[in-house]
Design a protein around this ligand. Structure first.
Ligand SMILES: NC(=O)c1ccc[n+]([C@@H]2O[C@H](COP(=O)([O-])OP(=O)(O)OC[C@H]3O[C@@H](n4cnc5c(N)ncnc54)[C@H](OP(=O)(O)O)[C@@H]3O)[C@@H](O)[C@H]2O)c1
Length: 312
């Protein structure tokens, strides 16, 4: 059921430290702006310092004295994830909200620095490593803290192909996206179960934005050099998608509302779950498969060499 939750319902975030990945564009940018407007100290975790500074200046132009800093984070490089965490911890004693938001969709096959297929590597494995390395800060910080992981309605088309996780034998850009977005939810729910078992005051929640007008849809056609596809996605974005700000609301609701419980899934509750105000929703049956989640956890731990210190 849809809520009437909108930007005006967002609680005051003064005294709270927030990390947003992909904060320079689309949903991450809109979320950063609203966190900052509501008093949070926001760390913009972005792979390109120049784009991040431009985004920070854009927010400064519309929000009065926002508390914003930029720390470089390339989720396609585990050494960058580690150095992000090091810099963050040197400068921040607390972390209250981690928004695992950055992502890529339906791009031609590429590999991360560590040899992972790019969509699985950035969308899932990079965020898995980031969360594991920040978990001590989340656990030590005052009050209830949250990890919010951005998935997609397209997780419903996803399947985990553990025999070929990185698409080395066969690669389909949409299957790879679906797998990475299913992995986001398997991870979000498994993390919540493990935190619960450990008695930690950290909540893990999944969300999706519906269909929002951002740069996401453009990247694939741009990388393929397809002008026709680029034109078509731009038209579709203008005609069908909701605004990026509206698309950021499920993540903000999941991150800040008081009626959120661990393991929930938030998305727009309007037309075909693609637009409208945030609502609690059911994700696919596969995304709640605990055996699949445990297997993914094991594979992700091995791939990243990051241990959460949480038993299953
Ligand atoms: N928009 C939608 O309709 C929609 C629907 C379902 C799910 N989502 C999800 O929403 C999330 C945000 O996407 P968006 O729509 O806001 O798209 P966007 O405007 O393209 O933003 C994506 C962000 O991710 C960052 N990013 C990409 N690769 C990265 C890397 N290796 N390291 C660090 N950051 C990286 C981008 O940085 P650069 O600017 O430097 O490239 C950008 O800041 C994604 O997880 C996406 O799957 C979006």
């Amino acid at each position: 059921m849809s809520t009437a939750w909108g930007v005006d319902e967002m609680p005051d975030q003064s005294g709270r430290t927030v990390v947003v990945t992909g904060a320079n564009s689309g949903l991450g940018f809109e979320a950063t702006k609203l966190f900052a407007r509501n008093g949070a100290d926001v760390v913009m975790a972005c792979r390109n310092r120049e784009r991040a500074q431009t985004a920070r200046n854009d927010i400064r132009a519309v929000v009065n004295k926002p508390s914003l800093s930029v720390i470089e984070l390339d989720l396609a490089d585990l050494s960058s994830v580690r150095s992000f965490v090091e810099t963050f911890k040197e400068n921040h004693d607390e972390l209250h909200i981690l928004c695992n938001n950055a992502g890529l969709m339906a791009i031609p096959r590429q590999e991360t620095v560590d040899g992972f297929e790019m969509q699985f590597g950035v969308n899932h494995l990079g965020h898995f490593a980031l969360t594991g390395l920040l978990l001590d800060r989340l656990r030590e910080s005052s009050g209830e803290t949250r990890v919010v992981t951005q998935s997609s309605g397209l997780h419903e088309n996803g399947a985990m192909d553990f025999d070929d996780l990185h698409g080395k034998r066969e690669y389909d850009k949409w299957d790879a996206y679906g797998q990475s977005k299913l992995a986001n939810l398997l991870f979000a729910y498994e993390l919540d179960r493990r935190l619960d078992d450990a008695g930690a005051d950290v909540t893990s929640v999944g969300c999706h934005p519906g269909y929002a007008d951002t740069d996401l849809q453009r990247r694939g056609p741009e990388m393929m050099g397809s002008r026709l596809r680029l034109f078509l996605v731009q038209v579709a974005n203008k005609l069908v998608a909701q605004s990026a700000q509206q698309g950021a609301l499920p993540m903000l609701y999941a991150a800040t509302a008081s009626d959120i419980a661990g393991g929930e899934y938030i998305g727009p509750g309007g037309l075909m779950d693609m637009r409208g105000p945030p609502a609690k929703q059911a994700s696919s049956e596969l995304s709640t498969d605990e055996e699949l989640a445990a297997r993914l956890w094991e594979e992700s731990t091995e791939a990243t060499d990051v241990s959460f210190g949480l038993a299953n």
